[in-house]
Design a protein around this ligand. Structure first.
Ligand SMILES: Cc1ncc(COP(=O)(O)O)c(C=O)c1O
Length: 427
């Protein structure tokens, strides 16, 4: 291995001088390399990775099957644009995703590069299919940073505060977040109220929901809420869009989180872990809905890049052969046991929410008032980093510690990471 002579402080200076402060890094260190569930910084210090590049590395860093598929595709063609000539990796990946999508009947899939683009296009498809303008999304939801995706996002700090005006015909309603007082009944009542007082259901093209709020704090939507949402959509001819960008690809113990409720969405957005770090996103949906936009209405120069699609096909094989959704469920039970035991001893932990390997701990200063312990959360993350664990937080109040470790993480590294997290909480 080559010896690197660059120092952390040199690189920190470059960052400060040439990169705007608007893009933050959760941890002030410079990564040199990553493998499996481990990272090394430029000084050679090793970390266990519970962040996975924000939920992108479900198959782990540099999985040999991904690397091989990518290398083979690199030798053949790196880009032609699907809008000029089509290629097999795109078509095969569309087939594979349609096979696993929890949607009945004929399905189709289209690819883009980022999660935000997938969301934008899901809305375009829903509007074309219904001929209606309005879209409903949830408070606390996160759907990306482009203008329409940001308009759908329900969180001001840091995402929305400086960037309006936002797209019109977007309506927001409370997410069923029981810990903060929003039961299924209360959230449904507010949604029904929205449809009576603000926008006619006849004008609503779609409701967009994350089955488990990601950036909004790792809050699972109760299964009966998802079922009621489906009924409401059916009653009014609205489409249901499941944003599975963070929850998909095995993270919650099923390939798609929607499988937990058995509710079938009309459209699903995917990105993140789909191609193990290569920029790739997509929309999968009922064929007749997907075919609503006229030819030429959908696309993008880079969408469905052949190298990214080759990586995506390898990811599909790994998910199946290594049974990663099942592995996620096992990881989740180990993590949940630890979090619940910390919660018995540590008053700071107000709530523990676990769906497969998507586990979150909400930290509060007082269990009665539920005042968000945002500074304390930041301190736990910094202590964990010093001890060799990279982990992220989320939540509208930045007080939820969340796990997004690779699902391929070996048991000993999982235990080691949890030991560090436990010690950091104690500290
Ligand atoms: C649920 C969800 N939707 C959309 C996005 C946006 O994806 P991207 O950052 O790739 O545009 C994210 C990113 O965190 C997400 O978690």
């Amino acid at each position: 291995m080559t010896v690197r002579h660059v120092t952390e402080s040199e690189l920190a200076e470059l960052r400060a001088r040439y990169v705007p402060r608007g893009i933050t890094s959760a941890h002030p260190l410079t990564v040199d390399r990553a493998k499996g569930s481990e990272l090394w910084d430029v000084s050679g210090k090793r970390y266990i990775d519970f962040a996975g590049g924000i939920g992108v590395m479900n198959v782990g860093h540099a999985h040999p099957r991904v690397m091989q598929a990518v290398q083979e595709q690199l030798e053949r063609a790196t880009h032609t644009s699907f809008q000029v000539v089509h290629y097999e990796s795109y078509l095969r990946l569309a087939e594979r995703l349609c096979e696993v999508a929890p949607i009945a009947g004929a399905r189709k899939a289209i690819f883009f590069s980022t999660g935000a683009e997938a969301i934008e296009n899901a809305v375009k498809i829903a509007r074309a299919a219904t001929g209606r303008p309005a879209v409903i999304s949830f408070r606390g939801g996160f759907h990306g940073r482009t203008l329409l995706a940001l308009s759908l996002t329900g969180s001001v700090q840091p995402y929305k505060q400086d960037f309006g005006p936002y797209a019109t015909e977007i309506y927001q309603t409370p997410f069923p977040y029981a810990y903060r007082g929003w039961t299924t009944q209360a959230a449904m009542a507010d949604l029904e109220n929205l449809l009576e007082s603000e926008v006619s259901p006849k004008r609503v093209a779609a409701i967009v929901i994350e089955p488990v709020l990601g950036e909004g704090g790792f809050v699972p939507a109760p299964l009966d809420f998802m079922r009621k949402l489906r009924e409401l959509c059916d009653r009014h001819g609205m489409l249901l869009i499941a944003d599975e960008i963070q929850t998909g690809f095995g993270r919650t113990g099923k390939f798609f989180a929607m499988e937990h409720s058995g509710v079938q969405p009309d459209l699903i957005t995917v990105a993140k872990s789909m191609a193990a770090g290569f920029p790739l996103s997509g929309v999968i949906g009922r064929a007749e809905v997907m075919d609503a936009p006229d030819p030429g209405g959908l696309g993008g120069t880079f969408g469905g890049n052949p190298v990214a699609c080759a990586a995506g096909l390898a990811v599909m094989d790994i998910m199946r052969d290594e049974k990663l959704p099942e592995r996620a469920a096992r990881i989740g039970s180990v993590v949940e046991e630890r979090m619940e035991s910390w919660a018995k001893e540590n008053e700071l932990i107000g709530d523990v929410r676990v769906v497969g390997a998507m586990a979150g701990m909400e930290l509060v200063r007082d269990r009665k008032t539920k005042e968000a312990a945002d500074k304390e959360t930041a301190k736990v993350l910094a202590t964990a980093r010093e001890k060799g664990l990279i982990i992220l937080r989320c939540g509208t109040h930045h007080n939820v510690i969340r796990t997004l470790m690779p699902l391929t993480i070996p048991d000993d590294q999982l235990e080691q990471g949890l030991d560090i997290l436990g010690a950091s909480l104690g500290a």
